[in-house]
Design a protein around this ligand. Structure first.
Ligand code: PGA
Length: 251
């Protein structure tokens, strides 16, 4: 399966900085290694710049970090799938833990965003993951199942939309903390995610990419990418510098 090497730039970078980083990444990586694709989730203001910088590069795409489930309307501060596509994005990141926790996004809202963005032709990377308390209370399986099933239950019926959905497992306690989940934790969580996907979607669930995210760095990426059911990585901090992200892409 193709491995997706995704960068999440969060609320970092001016347009000029984003363009320069994307250009540098393109130069450093050239064409991604066989079987790998590169994806950059840029801040809204920089999506068009990044998309232009990556235009025509094989297996490199741009995404937005959020999306609203409507075509247009009185939704101050929000962005539609059409606007993201117009800016050059092919992907939307949905359900990142920072949006669940800081912005209070609910399971239902995230499910509606996922379905709507897919219906409107975007690819979606749906993030799931447990907090430290949930893990300590033994609720890993329950939390992942709830987060996945709420979104899978309302997916659009068009078969091709399932081919445009990917999942990122990101344990909240490992995001931006330097605490990377160890191989046993990643294997356990990814196997759980895979079984929920298979049970709900059959073959499409067997094929759906599952990315790992949370303190991925150049020096741990190779080991993580070798694990069963790890079909890519979603990288925050270590993706902000082109050099460090390029080392992960080629790890
Ligand atoms: P991190 O962030 O790599 O800085 O831990 C990952 C993410 O939030 O997607």
């Amino acid at each position: 399966m193709q491995k997706i090497m995704a960068a999440n730039w969060k609320m970092f970078k001016t347009r000029a900085e984003a363009r320069a980083t994307a250009e540098q990444l393109r130069t450093l990586v050239g064409a991604p290694p066989a079987g790998r694709s590169v994806l950059v989730f840029a801040p809204y203001t920089a999506i068009a710049d990044v998309a232009q910088a990556l235009e025509g590069a094989a297996h490199m795409a741009t995404g937005g970090q959020n999306v609203y489930p409507a075509d247009e309307g009185a939704f101050t501060g929000e962005i539609s799938p059409g606007m993201l596509r117009d800016a050059g994005a092919q992907w939307a990141l949905v359900g990142h833990s920072e949006r669940r926790q800081i912005l209070g996004e609910t399971l239902d809202f995230i499910a509606r965003k996922t379905a709507f963005a897919l219906e409107k032709g975007l690819n979606v990377l749906l993030c799931v993951g447990e907090s430290l308390t949930e893990r300590e209370e033994g609720k890993l399986a329950q939390v992942l199942t709830e987060q996945l099933q709420s979104a899978l239950a309302v997916l659009p019926s068009a078969a091709d939309s399932l081919n445009r959905l990917a999942v990122a497992y990101e344990p909240v306690w490992a995001i931006g903390t330097g605490k990377v989940a160890g191989p046993p934790e990643i294997l356990e969580a990814h196997a759980l995610v895979r079984s929920v996907l298979e049970n709900s979607l059959g073959d499409a669930g067997r094929r759906m990419p599952i990315l790992y995210g949370g303190s991925v760095k150049p020096d741990n990426a190779t080991a993580i990418l070798k694990l069963d059911n790890v079909d890519g990585v979603l990288v925050g901090g270590a993706s902000l510098q082109a050099e460090s992200f390029a080392r992960i892409v080629t790890a």
